[in-house]
Design a protein around this ligand. Sequence first.
Ligand code: AQP
Length: 341
Amino acid sequence: MSEGTTAFTPRVFSGIQPSGGLTLGNYLGAIKRFVDMQGSGIETIYCVVDMHAITVWQDPEALRRQTRELTAGYLAAGLDPTQSILFNQSQVPEHTQLAWIFNCVARMGWMNRMTQFKDKAGKHAEKASLGLLAYPALMAADILVYHATHVPVGEDQKQHVELTRDIAAKFNHDFKTEFFPMTEPVIEGAATRVMSLRDGSKKMSKSDPSDASRINMTDDADAIAKKIRKAKTDPEPLPETADGLKERPEARNLVNIYAALSGETVAEVMAQMGGKPFGEFKPLLADLAVDKLAPISSEMARYMQDPAEIDRILKDGATRARTIAAPILRKTYEIVGMVGA
Ligand code: AQP
């Protein structure tokens, strides 16, 4: 742990947007690692970040369904709501209250440099919502309202966690305090950036218009096998060693997925698979993916049959989250100079 976090009790926070169905990227880059951190003796807080999801238009009914489905995904993958705190962001208003303070601490220039904003706003940045631009300040509030010291995320979120540190540092400097920790991103494993199955230069994403680009956690065995069979690759067989994957993004992506699903290192996978043509490797990958994902997707379906139980879990998690967040927000108000805090 770095010096900046030593004064704080270790605490893990992370979240996922209910902006669509869960993908294999979300599972390998985030959820699977959330579950791994759960038993580590550190307090773990996991969120369904519905306030982030509405930075781009969401149909209200779809948002409700996706919020419950993501919660079902967390539970099905092994998050235990008695061991971790599990809730949806909008039930803990301290997140958005702290975000307003951070909107006033962060600088416009910082927000304009965020690559996710540029990617999502595209060429029509002036038509993007103000919320999409301010997204990283809300994310900083999500993390810092718990004084979280560690945030497991995929590679694409690294810049936002760095911005969280910038906001914490500027707040501490402006108010001559050491109130907020310097949170560390935790980006590890073979699948920190799972790429699209159709384009090895693009991240696998739940909002990609092409369903063939991603494996959804709700895909059945046939759909998974078909998507992997059709995944874009080059004509050469797999190289003999991991070094040979460097200039071959699609092949590297499939090998990384295999390694993350099997729990092996890329070198171990290459020792078994090196030299195999894709005609042989892809069915092995498809079998492995079905083997690992099918039990999760059937558990998700089971949880989805009882939405009242999902809502109860989220409400209970929100109550527990607020017992941590409320005093930290109150102290922040006091530092800033709000009367009545
Ligand atoms: N392709 C990926 N590989 C590894 N990790 C990934 N994550 C997302 N895609 C990949 C990680 O999943 C967590 C939750 O992400 P999010 O839902 O908050 O937003 P996102 O990163 O923008 O994910 P998506 O799927 O691409 O959503 P949309 O399409 O709505 O933007 C994060 O830890 C992220 O790193």
